[in-house]
Design a binder for this molecule. Structure first.
Ligand SMILES: Nc1ncnc2c1ncn2[C@@H]1O[C@H](COP(=O)(O)OP(=O)(O)OP(=O)(O)O)[C@@H](O)[C@H]1O
Length: 818
């Protein structure tokens, strides 16, 4: 805390700034309301203000410019209205908490010391010169996050400014009231951070703008790397930094970057709602958010049933060790690899020469255009033309063929039969059309007559308008056209390409695969992998691991649908994406920079990618010189005791540095039976709630285990909600969910439903177990009614407390842990 005199001065300044904010809000209010009605008025009177005259070319031109002018005026007014409204919202936001930091800076060569107060947006005196508050994203404010009192510097577009930071101060202001003022010598002082981190978990993520740490600031303000990779321990603030980075980029490039040019790939749909309030809280619009699965579904269309990553992980976690299982795992690993991607590229080259698969176009049980004919046509094109371009040429050809066939089809018997069965509505429609046609015909007739008189010539001998004949002809045309429409549509959708066949063709014999893919090697158990894949495709289904390769092949054949608008792609939980998926994202967003955030310690999916270190294949995606790696090692989420426990679960976990917030040691609870376990857990849930913890998660390994836990807890009187992959949002209270759905989020207290050796023993389950335990902020409790998981047995007994059967808490070591 500061001394009394400083406190009084700060109180006074807050008072002054608050008054100025209020005055500006009052000033803006009528303007905001007035501008809105003015803009609405312009829109209403749009056509009154323009003179529409199309008599001559000059008049037409004048009308055109008059409309353009009116449009420009309207959009200028609307822009200015939007700006004012945004300003008004920002001022109201500031009113509650105008600033959170201050630095005093003496710039070299200048004779005075400037006080720089920092808040979520800027506030300038009416003269436009005196900054009462600086936006946290301004260049000068970067010193607040990066430097300590002493020599300091910041970069501006005009060059580097150096000087001395003479003071660094932090404020807590709530609802306009000054609660605390701290002077800090280090970067962002621990006191405020302690207070922020001591609070309870929320159903929505919070902005960390007031306490951004130096290493996080580097992530937020990086504006040069094509690829920014952040490897950070659980709870090290990766997601928080990513969202602040979005806000920073939107501010820095506000003239040319819009929120919808930024895409964030999230681990699951619930996560979308979890992070959705951070940017609006900072006065910015949300970026686009999607899960990769949503993207795949969009790209693949409706014809195929797609497995999701959660079903894949359920399979990996629950199935037994059979040959089938091993083959599937080998398949997952191979299909996620860069080698497979190269194999598919080579395959597309091979398809340029032979092997394309087409679907015949069938109509009323007849083959209209046979696949064989398409193949001949396709390979008759110049082979030097790209595959996708030749496909487009074939598409054109097919549409023309269909036009010819449609004409021919009008002679077929079935058309006459259909004609007899037409209902009144169809007749009416044709009548109407004929009347219109008749109108045109009559007009043409008159015209011809005049021409005849003028030129004193007999006109061509044309028959009268034969009404009945024309009617039938039109009807026939309509009938056939309607039936051909779906054929045309499917050609436009490229349904004539047998994508399933093309993909399945790959999974034949080893020799054939090697030949088609320019010599690619097959993984072990290839025959089984092939059989599984083909069998699944035969049911019009795709394994999750096949979805991206399938889509990639589709794009190679049909032409890549790129998104050239997007400028920034963020991938959260980036360790769970395969290299294949990264290559795909790079192609999909050719004009975007990429920010990947992840933690290899939490790599729970089989297709995981190492993000950090010289082995990371991700370094090569854009090339090392365009890639920057940042590592976050401080963990903010959990208490020191929980971090010490969880880091010991990972082989390389020693590098994680806990933030010094103290709490109870993780508690191991051994029950005498599974019934006893559920009873104790229900009691503990009630006790934790009574202690004031609002968000509590019972975390299980699988969805099936979640559902079982939920039923049993409900039976024993606990009030808990079951979270499944369909649950759209988080809510306060106690929930039961599988570990993979808890990714990226946090809870006040976490109860591991069954930490026994039966459930967590395979090495690949270690990271899942770690991920589950690292969701806890304040309390972590683990339960078993059997033998403890070997991951716990290997821990040093000083890292936890134990509560044995029928006992209260103690620090006794479990039998297996001694
Ligand atoms: N600089 C900070 N100031 C205050 N709180 C912070 C800061 N950095 C992180 N936190 C808090 O730490 C918690 C974890 O942050 P976040 O979820 O961003 O971490 P993460 O690295 O994405 O975690 P995980 O990998 O486990 O999903 C959040 O409650 C967040 O508010």
């Amino acid at each position: 805390m500061v001394n009394e005199q400083d406190w009084i001065q700060e109180q006074e300044r807050l008072h002054v700034v608050t008054q100025k904010l209020q005055a500006r809000i009052a000033e803006l209010e009528p303007e905001v309301a007035g501008l809105q009605s003015h803009t609405a008025e312009i829109r209403r009177r749009f056509w009154e203000e323009v003179t529409v005259n199309t008599s001559t070319d000059e008049d037409l031109e004048e009308t055109f410019y008059s409309i353009k002018q009116q449009e420009a005026l309207l959009s200028e007014r609307e822009r200015s209205y939007r700006l004012r409204v945004q300003q008004w919202h920002n001022l109201n936001r500031l009113l509650k908490s105008p600033y959170f930091g201050r630095i005093d800076f003496q710039e070299d060569g200048l004779g005075y010391r400037e006080q720089i107060y920092i808040g979520v947006s800027s506030f300038v005196e009416s003269d436009g010169l005196n900054f009462l508050i600086y936006d946290w994203r301004t260049p000068i404010a970067s010193m607040y996050y990066d430097a300590s009192p002493g020599p300091a510097a910041y970069d501006t577009p005009g060059g580097r400014i150096t000087g001395t930071m003479e003071l660094k101060r932090q404020y807590q202001i709530k609802d306009g009231q000054l609660l605390n003022v701290f002077d800090t010598s280090l970067t962002i002082g621990d006191q405020l951070l302690q207070q922020v981190l001591g609070k309870g978990a929320d159903t929505q993520m919070k902005s960390i703008v007031a306490t951004i740490q130096k290493e996080q600031n580097a992530i937020i303000r990086d504006d040069t790397s094509r690829m920014l990779i952040v490897q950070g321990a659980a709870g090290s603030g990766k997601t928080s930094a990513a969202l602040q980075r979005v806000a920073y980029l939107l501010y820095k490039h506000r003239e040319r970057l819009k929120a919808d040019q930024i895409v964030l790939f999230s681990p699951n749909p619930m996560f979308n709602s979890y992070v959705s309030t951070v940017l609006p809280e900072l006065g910015e619009e949300n970026m686009q958010q999607a899960t990769f699965q949503e993207y795949l579904e969009y790209g693949l269309g409706t014809g195929l049933k797609l497995e999701d990553p959660f079903d894949q992980i359920e399979y990996v976690l629950t199935e037994q060790h059979t040959r089938q299982y091993e083959a599937r795992l080998k398949g997952i690993a191979y299909k996620a690899s860069a080698e497979f991607l190269q194999a598919l590229k080579n395959y597309s080259v091979w398809l340029g020469r032979e092997g394309m698969c087409f679907n015949s176009i069938r109509f009323r049980d007849r083959e209209l255009i046979a696949a064989k004919r398409m193949e001949e046509q396709f390979y008759s094109y110049d082979p030097s033309i790209r595959l996708a371009n030749r496909v487009a040429m074939l598409q054109e050809w097919l549409l023309k063929e269909l036009t010819l066939l449609e004409r021919k089809e009008r002679e077929e018997d079935w058309v006459q039969e259909e004609l007899n069965y037409l209902d009144n509505e169809q007749y009416d429609a044709v009548h109407k059309e004929l009347h219109q046609e008749r109108g045109v015909f009559d007009f043409a007739e008159q015209y011809e007559q005049i021409q005849e008189k003028l030129q004193n010539k007999r006109r061509r001998d044309e028959g009268d308008f034969d009404y009945a004949e024309r009617e039938e002809e039109l009807l026939v045309r309509e009938i056939v056209k309607a039936q051909f429409l779906p054929l045309r549509r499917s050609v436009k959708r490229m349904a004539f390409i047998d994508m399933l066949g093309l993909y399945a063709q790959l999974f034949g014999s080893q020799d054939a695969y090697t030949r088609m893919t320019g010599g690619a090697e097959v993984p072990e158990l290839w025959a089984d992998i092939g059989e599984q894949t083909r069998e699944k495709l035969g049911r019009y289904e795709l394994f999750y691991e096949d979805a991206t390769p399938f889509l990639y092949l589709k794009e190679l054949v049909e032409g890549m649908r790129m998104n050239t608008e997007v400028r920034h792609v963020f991938v959260d939980e980036g360790q769970d994406y395969s290299m294949f998926q990264y290559e795909f994202l790079k192609k999909l967003f050719p004009h975007a920079r990429m920010t990947v955030l992840g933690d290899f310690g939490q790599a729970i999916f089989t297709q995981a990618t190492e993000l950090y270190g010289t082995n990371s294949p991700l370094l090569r995606l854009y090339g090392e010189s365009d890639t920057r790696l940042i590592r976050l090692v401080r963990s903010y989420r959990s208490t020191r005791e929980i971090v010490e426990f969880t880091q010991a679960l990972l082989p390389g976990g020693r590098d994680i540095v806990p933030f010094d917030r103290r709490g109870a040691k993780p508690l191991l609870i051994k029950a005498s039976s599974s019934g006893d376990l559920v009873m104790r857990m229900a009691e503990d849930l009630a006790a934790l709630e009574a202690e004031g913890y609002q968000s509590i998660a019972v975390i299980t390994k699988t969805a099936a285990e979640s559902s079982e836990a939920w039923h049993r807890l409900e039976e024993s009187g606990a009030s808990v909600r079951l979270v499944t992959k369909q649950t759209p949002t988080f809510e306060h209270g106690a929930v039961v969910l599988p570990a993979y759905l808890a990714k990226g989020v946090e809870f006040d207290a976490v109860l591991i439903y069954d930490a026994s050796a039966r459930v967590y023993h395979r090495e690949r389950e270690r990271k899942l177990f770690y991920t589950a335990c690292t969701r806890a902020m304040h309390r972590l409790q683990l339960y078993t009614s059997g033998e403890w998981s070997p991951f716990i047995q290997a821990l040093d007994a000083s890292l936890y407390e134990v509560r044995a059967e029928g006992e209260g808490d103690s620090s006794e070591v479990p039998a297996e842990g001694r």
